[in-house]
Design a protein around this ligand. Sequence first.
Ligand code: MEV
Length: 346
Amino acid sequence: MIKASAPGKVHLIGEHSVVYGEPAIIAAIGKRIWVEAEKHPTKIVIRDRILSVKAEWMVNECIDVAMQAKAMWMHGFDEENFSKLFRFIKEGRNFKKVAIGLILHRLNINEGANLNVYGDVPNGSGLGSSSALAVALTKAISELYEKELTNDEINKIGLDIEKMMHGTPSGGDNSASTFGGLIWFQKDERGRPRIESLKQEIPFELENFVLTYIKKPANSTGELVSMVRNLDPTIREPRVKAIGQAAIDMRKALREKDFARVKQLINLTWSNLSELGLSIPEADVVIKKIGDIGGAAKLCGACGGGIMLAYHEDKKALKKVIRDAGYSPFETELGAEGARIEKPQV
Ligand code: MEV
């Protein structure tokens, strides 16, 4: 039996603007998805303990569905509208089937697997659950069939899977899940990823960052990315640029441990994300309260709900404000290990 895992992620800064070629700083977090895999001659038998579902598909069926999704993606890309694909994935509950079909197709595998999926990355919350699952599945299945993929190859398959879920993702989420740590992520003009580890530059532990789940987003990441893309460019572009510049400034501020500046940059980012229509009233209320005690906060990932990232030098006071507002703050490692094979327990 093979057991692989990959972490979720949190954007310290740069969500949404990263889709347009601006940089982002993304941390792999101490919450992961695990996939246990054993060979099966003809079928994919998947038990997903996160969603409490079990399914069985023939290998060919997975590959066929993945090819259908790929065709819908290409059509969606040409039409600049992925709604048909999103319906196919969401309403058809086809994400795992498509993901596995893509992996089998890319790796030229015609056999199946028994897959057991579990983990603690909350679904649809801005913590990269889909990319952690995509990367963990890729790592597990490739290892099971001795394909010896490099991290770059795993990351490329992870991105292909993310495209089915999100249309035109930046590739930042899957890169954080694959490579782990704290990364600087940016796409060049041709869409190629530039991934830099910030380990040397920011070797210390990031303290006083607190996460809080606010509310289930009403829209998926793909829908929220499309919503921003459909905004008038005169609204979108200056805000995307401002968040990009804030990411550049944040890198310097983190390097210099200038946390007063880090807070300013989180707040500046949040006003720009809000102006792009990515806030919800519940987040406005609690973020204002955090601002009132001298802290900073923003929603993460696709926003529109999900997880809030907050910072304050006085972590106790920060947690109290969040609790008093009716939420449960939590902490997690920022800069966790990327995709890995778990050693068998002795
Ligand atoms: C989603 O976690 C982050 C977004 O920037 C989309 C992406 O980068 O693909 C909203």
